[in-house]
Structure formats: structure tokens, C-alpha cells
Design a protein around this ligand. Structure first.
Ligand code: PLP
Length: 407
């Protein structure tokens, strides 16, 4: 694909697979085989004098994340519900969260029988700080489950100022921001506790899995007991000392959601490649974004100078299109081999991100979010695509934009 594609010229179809991930490194395959040969798959099935692979992974991730404590668990969603329980959310408590996020976020709030209060998104796809300030004032002392949806970071200094002013406890959902920074600080290190996902479409891949990180020893102890530690917490890799557990161990229920040694072995072998992969994502993102920028009709989110996003997906808006125009956009891109997700679809398709389709959450008036989502599209950027592939995809999107006029 040359750099010289001109809008309006026919563009060649793309044949890549948007859901195809890279194979795991051979070292991961070997490490998994070794765990299976040993028969020791459960995280607490080990000899007393050694750390299990899950515990070693926790220590390694805590160190990478620059966080004191880390719990490996069954999924990102599980990490979020555990974080909510561990910070003390009770039934019917209000939990503030983003109106623009993925269904497991309101799902985690529902799982602790709390009440989600949704906060508007702005055109840069982050939480709207004006609306947050209003709702924080109405619910001072509440928990904010802050979702860095699709990797976009709000101005975290301003956000934390609002949170502190209204005594909000911030739980960060970093499912798409493992490795992203704001003003040099890693996402997940702003709030009280952070949740990560190691599901296949995130930044490291164990099929399913998650991490919870925090610097609060009591919170870490509560999360570990909640995950189902069978009182074996002294075998953890990044846990507070045993005395911290004394007042907690019999108070917290066992809500089984541990990680096993097989998945941990996969992840431990991927961690040394994480920084390189984050750079590879950003090269691909930049190529796609620059090609899309050839169209002056398409609106791209404008990150603040302080934020460093990881471009494992790309979002753009087509503000000149109505509903039929957006459907046409998806169809024409699909005909050229480019798979888009349209967040404006009135009926949810696959991964749902439309607050109106979460019937278990009280209905909200969110005019700003609705307006943004009505013309918002999403493209996955798997690392199996080359930089040229990403430029090609961007050219297709820009040329389709040139073909469709508003109604
Ligand atoms: C994937 C995702 C999660 C949850 O992760 P799982 O591991 O699939 O439970 C949470 N928040 C966002 C924004 C996500 O995209």
C-alpha cells in the first residue's frame, strides 16, 4: 500500500482477519506444557517452600505496574466486582461510572447489588468532568468505577481533584490501558485500586484472566480472601504480611475466582514482551490514524498532550451521517474487508456498550453520550496486522467517507 492513495480513487479490498491474535511465544507453550506435566494446576498446589507460578506472576506484574500488591484472578470483570466488595460497597449504594463503557462494568456494579449512576462521555470518549463534578456533589463519598474505555484517559489530575473534593473512592478499570500513562504515571496508579484484564482482546492474552492492584494493604488482604484463598494467603507473591489478614480473614466471604497455574504460566512468559508489544500497537495505530486523517469529514478523539494511549483499537466519528448513513458506512467498509463496530446501533450487536441496552440499570438521560455514540465507530488493531495493513485499513475508511454524503 503506497502513501499516495488519493481519496476518490478506487481502493483495493483488505483481506486481514480483525479477530486474529498473534500466537503465544514458544516459551509460553513450553511453560504451559510443563505445568500440565507436573499436574500442579491449582495455585495452592505446590510444595511449601516454593512460590507457585500464579504467585510469581503476581510479583512480576506488581513490579511492572509499580504497585505494591497484586492479585491474579479469573477475569477483569471479577477483579472489578472484587474491588467493589473490598472497598466496602453495600447493596443499594451508589457507584458512579462511565455511561460509555463495556457491559461487564455495569455488570460488576449489579453483581454487588449496587446502583449504577452513569456519567456522560465527551467527544474525546472520556468521562465528562463537568457531569462528573455535578454527580459527585450529589453522591459525595460514593465509589467511582472509572472505566478508561477503549484506552482513552481523562485529565487524571483534574479528575482526581474532583474525586478528592467529594471524597470519592476511585476504582480504575484499566482493561484497555495496561501500559498507558497520564503525565508519566501508569494508568491504575491514580485511584485506590485498579483492575486489569488478560482476556484475549486485551494487552496480554490468557483467554480469560485479570489482575487487581493496589497500595492499600487492608484492601489487598480483603481482595485476596474474597478471591478464595482458603487461608493460604501467606503463599501469595505480592500480598501484605500475615498480620494484616488477622482482622479480615473471617469477615470476608470466599467468592471463588482464583487464577490457575496454566494461565499464569502463559502470562508470565508474555510479560517480557509487553513493552515491545505496546510500542508495536502504537506504530499500527499511528499508521491507521494518519491514513484516516486524509478525510476531513472524520472526527478523531483528541487526547491531551499529557496522555500516552495504547492504540490496540481505533475509534472515529462520522458527524455528518444519520442512522442510515452509518449503516451504509458499515456495509461499504465490510464490502472492502474492513470490519467496523458501530456504537450507535439501536439494537446491541456483540460487545454491548449502549447504556440503554442495560435494562438492569435505571434508565438515564444522557443526551451528550447518546449524540456521540450515534456516529461512533470502532476498529480493532490486532498485532497480526502489519503497519502497512493498518495504513491500508485507514485508506479504506477515508475513501468510504468520501463516498457517502449526508441525507
Ligand atoms: C474487557 C473489558 C472488561 C472486562 O474484562 P473481562 O476480563 O472480559 O471480564 C472491563 N472493562 C472494559 C472496558 C473491557 O473492555
Amino acid at each position: 500500500m503506497s502513501n499516495e492513495h488519493h481519496l476518490g480513487e478506487p481502493v483495493k479490498a483488505f483481506s486481514g482477519d480483525f479477530t486474529l491474535q498473534e500466537p503465544l511465544p514458544e516459551a509460553a507453550v513450553e511453560a504451559v506444557a510443563e505445568v500440565m506435566r507436573s499436574g500442579r494446576l491449582h495455585r495452592y498446589n505446590q510444595s511449601a517452600d516454593e512460590l507457585s507460578i500464579v504467585s510469581r506472576l503476581e510479583a512480576a506484574y506488581a513490579s511492572w505496574q509499580q504497585s505494591q500488591y497484586c492479585l491474579a484472578c479469573a477475569s477483569g470483570g471479577y477483579a472489578m466486582s472484587t474491588a467493589l466488595r473490598a472497598v466496602g460497597v453495600k447493596p443499594d449504594d451508589v457507584v458512579l461510572t462511565n455511561a460509555f463503557t463495556l457491559a461487564p462494568v455495569p455488570g460488576a456494579i449489579q453483581s454487588v447489588n449496587a446502583q449504577a449512576v452513569l456519567v456522560e462521555a465527551n467527544e474525546n470518549l472520556v468521562i465528562d468532568l463537568e457531569d462528573l463534578a455535578i454527580k459527585a456533589a450529589q453522591h459525595s463519598g460514593a465509589v467511582l468505577l472509572l472505566s478508561h474505555m477503549r484506552g482513552h484517559l481523562a485529565n487524571m489530575h483534574e479528575l482526581m481533584r474532583i474525586a478528592n473534593e467529594h471524597s470519592l473512592t476511585v476504582v480504575e478499570d484499566c482493561a484497555h490501558t495496561m501500559g498507558a500513562t497520564f503525565d508519566g504515571t501508569l494508568s491504575g496508579n491514580f485511584g485506590h485500586v485498579a483492575c486489569f484484564s488478560t482476556q484475549t482482546y486485551k494487552h496480554i492474552n490468557s483467554g480469560e484472566g485479570g489482575f487487581l492492584t493496589t497500595n492499600d494493604p487492608e484492601l489487598a488482604a480483603r481482595a485476596i480472601v474474597l478471591s478464595g484463598s482458603y487461608m493460604l494467603y501467606e503463599r501469595h507473591g505480592a500480598a501484605p504480611s500475615a498480620d494484616v489478614f488477622e482482622s479480615i480473614r473471617l469477615e470476608m466471604p470466599n467468592c471463588s475466582g482464583r487464577m490457575d497455574n496454566v494461565r499464569a504460566a502463559m502470562l508470565l512468559a508474555q510479560l517480557p514482551h509487553l513493552d515491545t508489544n505496546l510500542r508495536r500497537w502504537n506504530e499500527r495505530y499511528e499508521a491507521m490514524r494518519d491514513a484516516i486523517s486524509a478525510s476531513n469529514r472524520i472526527a478523531l478523539p483528541q487526547p491531551t498532550d499529557a496522555s500516552m494511549r495504547i492504540g490496540s483499537s481505533l475509534q472515529f466519528r462520522t458527524p455528518w451521517l444519520d442512522e442510515n448513513g452509518c449503516k451504509d458506512f458499515v456495509k461499504r467498509c465490510a464490502a472492502l474487508g474492513v470490519e467496523l463496530k458501530w456504537f450507535g446501533n439501536p439494537t446491541p450487536v456483540a460487545f454491548t456498550s449502549q447504556h440503554s441496552s442495560w435494562h438492569y440499570v435505571e434508565a438515564h438521560e444522557l443526551p451528550k453520550t447518546d449524540q456521540i455514540l450515534s456516529t461512533l465507530f470502532d476498529v480493532r488493531i490486532p498485532l497480526t496486522f502489519s503497519v502497512d495493513d493498518c495504513q491500508h485499513v485507514g485508506c479504506i475508511i477515508a475513501s468510504v467517507a468520501a463516498q457517502i454524503d449526508g441525507q
